[in-house]
Ligand binder design. Sequence first.
Ligand code: CA
Length: 236
Amino acid sequence: MPGMEQPRILVVEDEQAIADTILYALRTDGMLAEHCTLGGAALERMRAGPADLVILDVGLPDLSGFEVCRTLRTFCDAPVIFLTARHEEIDRIVGLEIGADDYVVKPFSPRELAARVRAILRRARGGSTAVAKGDEAAGFTHDKDGARLAYRGRWLELTRYEYLLLAWLVAHPGRIYSRAQLMECVWEDALDTSDRTVDTHVKTLRAKLREASTGASPDGAGRIRTHRGMGYSLEP
Ligand code: CA
């Protein structure tokens, strides 16, 4: 992260192998990462001098991650990303009382987690960079090498043009594109396209986003907005 002080991240995870891969990904990304295996130790550590962000496993041997977060919130407002092994826990994580900023379901890609950390730190710094051209929309992870996209930690099963269309929108959040513009940018080498081609792909993308947002954010489909007479945009 050039031009920025190295962010300090506290990783609270009792499984050493998982902790190691997270620490490695964060350090490779230029962040300072520390590790605690217990909730009590993590709170002590945060009282001594808060980290910029906490990655917190829900299932810890002493306190639950929820308890740790609740106590942490009484003296510190550093962003918290939960690690959870169970989809049933997501409703509680996104629930108002806990105060989490994001969550990742195990198994997850450490690189993706590092990308989430960076996105949250950017947001926490109040930068408007989250909507800048070329930046990714919140909640999405774009693995350009693997040509795949994840929404809220879940990889989407996309056809080639669904992927290209969503990748374009994710890279330009908040900007409205007409159907003609999208066809030019996304379907540049396709022969048989019509206005309906874009609409059909938006429809299937919305269905897949809705599917990927179970419980956590039922409005996933609403991320792609229709602007009457103008076209589509992706909500930043
Ligand atoms: Ca655990």
